[in-house]
Write a protein that binds this ligand. Structure first.
Ligand SMILES: [Zn+2]
Length: 163
């Protein structure tokens, strides 16, 4: 994208902008953590429309501290009643391990390192993240939490576990 082409595109968008009238309190009261992968449209995948859900995104749909923060705030400030973690097949974070990502950045032994949270086993990782979220002290017991995998080839969503 050329410099400022986003601003140019936005000019057209703002001319027909109607989303300001959408209620910020989603009627469906759903929060979804999913991957930042550019191919994923979480609303469409779940049959939802703009204004129906709060979407939390990061690399790999991993349960980071910030994802927990967002889930908790979606509950306390926006009254969400159901939470989802949706990973997807062919995720970039399954193609390299943490050490290989460190190497991409040419990190040395003593450098400060991030936990890139790469993983190999989708179901195991999803269930670990689901359990960690379920057991987090501030998470209300009445909120059902579901872990799912989206098949990037077929478009199917598979329920892995609910807690
Ligand atoms: Zn991904």
């Amino acid at each position: 994208m050329k410099k400022h082409s986003i601003l140019k595109a936005n000019k057209q968008y703002s001319e027909t902008y109607k989303e300001a009238s959408i209620d910020k309190y989603s009627k469906t009261r759903i929060a979804i953590l999913t991957c930042m992968d550019a191919r994923l449209d979480p609303l469409k995948i779940c049959g939802l429309e703009l204004g129906n859900a709060y979407i939390i995104r990061n690399a790999g749909a991993r349960l980071t501290e910030d994802a927990i923060r967002s889930f908790l705030l979606s509950y306390k400030l926006l009254d969400t009643k159901e939470w989802y973690i949706i990973q997807h097949t062919d995720c970039g974070l399954t193609r390299m391990n943490n050490k290989e990502i460190d190497d991409l950045f040419e990190l040395k032994e003593d450098d400060n390192k991030l936990n890139w949270m790469s993983f190999t086993n989708h179901k195991r990782t999803l269930i670990d993240d689901l359990e960690q979220l379920r057991n987090y002290p501030l998470v209300p017991i009445q909120i059902p939490i579901h872990a799912m995998i989206f098949d990037s080839k077929t478009g199917d969503l598979e329920l892995v576990a609910s807690l």
